[in-house]
Design a protein around this ligand. Structure first.
Ligand SMILES: [Zn+2]
Length: 179
């Protein structure tokens, strides 16, 4: 990305910096290590922006208003202090989003919220602060990434694939809630 001068934002989970992820059910055997403070600092120095992906990567839809405010607000404060930079965007864990979450994020001072939106909403009713997000996985190809950045039917295919992945991430949320 540096080579092609492409700007980027990385969304960090404030309590997972330098730690292993623990929320994915993923059949239990793969755990990825999150970037540590030095690695993140290196990205910032290379021009990357940092955003928040919450404190604990919780599905906000199952939480009380106070808990949602804490996930959204405390992660912003923590990241801004740790990295001495402004955090203006929030990406909701599992892409879960509703009006309540949007309102809290805007009240906490974010300029925009990334989440999963239906194809119909992509084209008609998205507000300026609602940023549609499609995930990129290790199984993606240059072709599928290109489709994610396109419009019309090609984009629709990827949104459909994402909705299947979301269905699977609901299984993760369910498994976690039973732990
Ligand atoms: Zn996530």
């Amino acid at each position: 990305m540096q080579k092609y001068n492409v700007p980027a934002t990385i969304f960090l989970i404030s309590s997972y910096i330098g730690k292993l992820n623990e929320w994915d059910a993923n059949l239990g055997w793969i755990h990825f290590k999150h970037l540590d403070k030095e690695e993140i600092t290196e990205l910032i120095q290379a021009g990357w922006e940092i955003g928040s992906h919450g404190v604990n990567h919780k599905n906000l839809k199952g939480l009380s208003k106070r808990e949602i405010e804490s996930e959204i607000g405390e992660s912003k404060k923590y990241l801004e202090n740790q990295f001495n930079t402004k955090v203006s965007f929030y990406a909701s864990p599992f892409g879960k989003i509703n009006l309540n979450i949007l309102e809290i994020a805007l009240n906490k001072g974010y300029k925009g919220v990334c989440g999963f939106y239906s194809f119909k909403r992509y084209r008609t009713t998205l507000q300026i602060f609602e940023i549609p997000r499609l995930a990129v996985y290790s199984t993606d190809s240059i072709k599928s990434i290109d489709r994610k950045l396109s419009t019309g039917l090609r984009l629709k295919i990827e949104i459909f694939k994402q909705s299947i992945t979301n269905f699977c991430s609901n299984a993760t949320i369910l498994v976690n809630s039973l732990r």
